[in-house]
Design a protein around this ligand. Structure first.
Ligand code: SAM
Ligand code: SF4
Length: 340
């Protein structure tokens, strides 16, 4: 069997007629931070041999691109701590240049941006997401355990100077950053950055940190913004669980609310872990091992078959539910495993 070329390959469509054209790829499970809602302090990381090599990551992503994936988001763990990761980014440039790939982007904690912003731009990245929950140095150190705010702010400066458009992602945490709602909004406006709030999700073992205690519903956050700003809903859809409004200041604010609302019907994405497991839904345990078919032959036919079989199993949606005051539908893996 030989793999189909770019013209013959049928696009990926799941059983609910959703076109799958967005792949999020976790390139490492490691991170230089230990955010309390994401990792425990003492994480055991995977042995190196479990990880897809940079060449395997290239082959994997290139196969998805051949099957119609138009947008690649590189995430982790912290993607920019993976050794030689720029080699991988530079490899993906060819798909941008051929027009097969529309967007190559990255979600990062910002710690390594000072070093890599220019290289990312040179590889064809134009927009990035930087995760930042607070502008207070002491609170930043508390929530990330190991992070330093000035390093991230320098990284954001470097990204903007390199010509990258920056969107800030902020996890809404009750009793932690509620008081910074408008500080964050105004700071983003002053730097011409969009801002998206994310509801904390029940990922990983809860350990001493109870995700329910941290849960700040975005419906409440949004109502508070509404007390100060007029806002209009935007029709814009990313195929994910994000909804956007525009404030009277022209600023765009996003809300990712997988818990208070469920937008699975328009889901266009799947997620690949750094070991080559494909999760068809962030909130479900089912996954397909793509590393075995990838390693079984140099031909991509086995891999293509495995990808199609996985997409044919994509579930209708997740089962996260806090409404019964328990973290129902919780999945046991950490966000850094599947890639946020
Ligand atoms: N290290 C990079 C970063 O922090 O942007 C990329 C990976 S991180 C897992 C991706 C996103 O997931 C971050 O914006 C982070 O805030 C978010 N995240 C992690 N754990 C979460 C949780 N339990 N609930 C909601 N968002 C979470
Ligand atoms: Fe690292 Fe990102 Fe998880 Fe924080 S959210 S621990 S930066 S992977």
């Amino acid at each position: 069997m030989t793999s189909l070329g770019p013209i013959e390959a049928a696009p990926l469509v799941d059983p609910f007629q959703r076109s799958i054209d967005y792949l999020r790829v976790s390139v490492t499970d490691r991170c230089d931070f230990r955010c309390v809602y994401c990792m425990s302090e003492n994480m055991t990381f995977l042995p190196k041999k479990e990880l897809l090599t940079l060449e395997e990551l290239d082959r994997m992503c290139s196969t998805f691109v051949r099957l119609g994936v138009k947008k690649l988001r590189i995430t982790g763990g912290e993607p920019l701590v993976r050794r030689d990761i720029m080699t991988f980014f530079r490899g993906m440039t060819r798909h941008l240049e051929s027009g097969a790939l529309r967007e190559l982007t990255v979600t990062t904690n910002g710690s390594q941006l000072k070093r890599f912003a220019g290289d990312l731009h040179a590889a064809g990245v134009r927009r990035i997401n930087v995760s930042l929950d607070t502008l207070d140095e002491a609170k930043f150190a508390r929530i990330t355990r190991w992070g330093r705010l000035p390093q991230v702010l320098d990284g954001i400066d470097a990204a903007q100077a390199a010509g990258l458009r920056v969107k800030i992602n902020t996890v809404a945490l009750k009793g932690f950053n509620e008081d910074e709602l408008f500080t964050l909004i105004d700071w983003c406006a002053s730097r011409d950055m969009d801002l998206t709030f994310i509801e904390v999700m029940p990922m990983g073992d809860l350990g001493g940190e109870d995700r329910l205690d941290q849960y700040w519903p975005l419906s409440d956050l949004r109502a508070r913004i509404g007390e100060r700003h007029a806002m209009v809903e935007l029709a814009e859809r990313s195929g994910g669980p994000a909804r956007y409004v525009r404030l009277d200041t022209r600023q765009k604010i996003g809300f990712i609310t997988p818990l208070t609302h469920n937008f699975c019907e328009s889901c266009n994405r799947v997620r690949l872990t750094c070991t080559g497991e494909l999760y068809m839904c962030l909130g479900q345990e089912d996954m397909a091992d793509l590393r075995a078919p990838l390693r079984a032959s140099n031909d991509d036919a086995l891999l293509e078959d495995a990808i199609r079989a996985a997409i044919a199993r994509k579930p209708k949606g997740h089962d996260f539910d806090y409404s019964r005051q328990r973290a129902d539908g919780q999945v046991s893996r950490h966000m850094s495993h599947t890639g946020g």
